[in-house]
Design a protein around this ligand. Structure first.
Ligand SMILES: *Cc1c(COP(=O)(O)O)cnc(C)c1O
Length: 388
């Protein structure tokens, strides 16, 4: 196969059927048939690599996973119904009661709930490091620590964590390094190169890219994926063949979409940086970003999320949102349509002000997921909303 991600995403294809179709069809079937009793026995004994039942594998999910495996430089993978089922199943398959996780404080909201509310039910605990204190990570590691976990860029403050540093720490302490690579996509960043053992994606975001289907995937080392596969094959979080078909098609255009998302996002970030009513703009590829050098080292482009602070606190943030005309107010991200959110009054409103500040959420912080509309229209909408 090619070393180029565009080609991998387009030319990795399930075998053609007798109809010689050019584009992979949908295999909407729950199960598969066997030639005879011996074929059935050998298949269940895993003496043959083949599809048995769509909870285990299906031609569409296999094709989707294989594309992500190649683009991430991984050995193997498994596809899930959602990003969260990928996150949960990865932890559940690999951890035992008594184990400990060291994680970045800035993780996706539901992942945070998993660490604080659900994993403790099975006596799995988590300690957190702050983005700006990577030197404290090692002091959190105990004999029980099994996994080092992070997302970068972070949500919603768009901070960057040094993957090379995490890779070194994980290696030194013999931990599994697991990275949620959702914001960067496999096109912009490959954590395995920096020492990650497993990479997780919510395919719901830029991988689908059109706000249609939910999906998730974990890729990485073969023996770890085998554990995750056995857990998932028995507990049932599998991706549906329909969603796999949609997402595999989406991957064919990932590279061109993401290039354009990033081009638009950089222009929007530059516009906001020059605006009098904006305090701080966070975009990984703006030289003013605190971790600009690290972003340049580990990312190919800066991604499509721009965070900025409207002057005047929580009320200004809310009124900015009320003034928006074209862009959508929605909780999703990575869509063709530009989406704006105000984390302090919505997704993170239940946190105390101190807890919000710890993950970089100031009262006026606005998160924009920059879409594929003409960038002039995006900038004009943000501009008029700032100026009212
Ligand atoms: C959205 C998201 C998830 C969860 O994905 P779902 O597909 O919504 O379950 C996990 N991690 C990150 C960083 C996300 O943005």
């Amino acid at each position: 196969m090619s070393n180029y991600k565009e080609t991998q995403a387009i030319r990795t294809q399930t075998e053609r059927t007798q109809f010689f179709e050019h584009s992979t069809p949908m295999y909407v079937t729950s199960s598969f048939v066997f030639e005879d009793a011996e074929d059935m026995r050998a298949s269940f004994a895993e003496e043959k690599e083949r599809n048995l039942y769509s909870r285990f594998s299906n031609p569409n999910t296999t094709e989707f996973v294989e594309k992500i495996v190649q683009m991430e430089g991984a050995e193997s993978g498994y596809a899930f119904a959602t990003g969260m089922s990928a996150v949960f199943s990865t932890f559940a398959a690999l951890l035992n009661s008594g184990d400990h996780i060291v994680s970045s404080r800035s993780v996706f909201g539901s992942t945070h709930s998993l660490f604080t509310k659900f994993l403790p039910k099975w006596n799995i605990t988590t300690s957190y490091f702050k983005i700006n204190e990577p030197e404290k990570i090692e002091s959190l590691i105990t004999e029980k620590t099994k996994i080092l976990y992070a997302e970068t860029p972070t949500n919603p403050a768009v901070d960057i964590i040094d993957l090379e540093l995490l890779g070194q720490i994980a290696k030194k302490h013999n931990l599994l390094l697991v990275i949620d690579n959702c914001f960067a996509t496999p096109y912009l960043q490959n954590p395995i190169k920096f020492g990650a053992d497993l990479v997780i994606h919510s395919a719901t975001k830029l991988i689908d890219g059109q706000g249609r289907v939910l999906g998730g995937v974990t890729v990485g080392k073969k023996e770890l994926i085998r554990e995750i596969y056995l857990f998932s094959r028995n507990t049932g979080p599998a991706m549906s063949p329909f969603n796999a078909w949609v997402l595999s098609k989406s991957l064919e255009t990932l590279a061109v979409r993401v290039e354009k998302h990033c081009e638009n996002a950089l222009k929007v970030a530059q516009f906001l940086e020059s605006h009098a009513k904006v305090n701080v703009v966070k975009y990984p590829f703006l030289p003013s970003h605190p971790q600009y050098e690290i972003a340049k080292k580990q990312m190919y482009l800066g991604g499509n999320i721009v965070a900025f602070e409207v002057k005047g606190g929580i009320e200004s943030g809310r009124s900015f949102l009320n003034n928006i005309k074209m862009c959508s107010l929605s909780a999703n991200l990575g869509d063709t349509r530009t989406i704006v959110t105000h984390p302090a009054s919505t997704t993170h409103s239940k946190l105390t002000v101190e807890d919000r500040l710890e993950v970089g959420i100031t009262d006026g912080l606005v998160r924009c997921s920059i879409g594929l509309e003409n960038v002039e229209d995006i900038i004009n909408d943000l501009k008029q909303a700032l100026e009212i």
